[in-house]
Design a protein around this ligand. Structure first.
Ligand SMILES: Cc1cc2nc3c(=O)[nH]c(=O)nc-3n(C[C@H](O)[C@H](O)[C@H](O)COP(=O)(O)O)c2cc1C
Length: 196
């Protein structure tokens, strides 16, 4: 039996775009291959084209270098050692973090207006997704973490964040994947309600 023809809107380009969206996975293990700085800058440029209500452009991106990454790894060691009351646990986590090749901290401008703050955070989240998808299309994986370190004042000192003016949306690690996990999603029928 011959295959049903593809719907007219379903071009190869659209299929490939969908594959990028569906194929991106959170990556925990990375190769130690350097990601070109120009690619990272292009991904940040792509991030800034995310929708943002009133065009507030509420984001800032801090791209960490060797020294600031090393300081974050030591901070991770301290945080985990204190939390678990176990220096071995701190060492283990610090070793894992030391193997993350790329580090980007994304912040959102703080606002006293509750609605504006919600919308700005949403915009920053969309920006992070743009960043991750742009990299994914180039074969580079990433992981968004909102762990304890993202709220630790010592991170603000390392990165140069002014907590009165901005808060951390996420620390994004990135690099070429060593292992790409699989994931399931509930599927459109589970999450969609169609109204007459
Ligand atoms: C706002 C946000 C914060 C996240 N923080 C963490 C985190 O702290 N630790 C973690 O392991 N994953 C974190 N993730 C990644 C999610 O766990 C991951 O997206 C989820 O498991 C789905 O996997 P996928 O990204 O491969 O689709 C975060 C994701 C988002 C959107």
């Amino acid at each position: 039996m011959s295959k049903a023809p593809a719907p007219s809107y379903e071009t190869q380009e659209l299929r490939e775009f969908g594959e990028v969206l569906q194929g991106r996975r959170t990556i925990n293990l990375y190769l130690q291959t350097r990601v070109p700085k120009t690619l990272v800058r292009d991904a940040i440029e792509a991030a800034t084209w995310a929708p943002n209500h009133h065009v507030t452009e509420p984001w800032h991106f801090y791209l960490l270098g060797k020294d600031s990454i090393a300081a974050c790894v030591e901070l991770c060691r301290d945080i985990v050692t204190a939390k678990k009351n176990d220096p071995k646990a701190g060492d283990f986590k610090a070793q894992q973090w030391a193997e993350k090749p790329g580090w980007l901290v994304v912040t959102c401008r703080t606002s006293t207006d509750e609605l504006l703050q919600r919308e700005d955070y949403a915009a920053c989240s969309a920006a992070v997704q743009n960043f991750m998808l742009y990299l994914w299309k180039a074969g580079v994986g990433s992981k968004w973490t909102s762990g304890d370190i993202t709220r630790d004042p010592r991170l603000f000192d390392i990165v140069g964040i002014d907590p009165a003016r901005e808060f951390v949306v996420g620390l994004i690690w990135f690099g070429y994947p060593k292992l790409t996990p699989t994931q399931q999603r509930a599927g459109v029928d589970t999450v969609l309600t169609e109204l007459p």
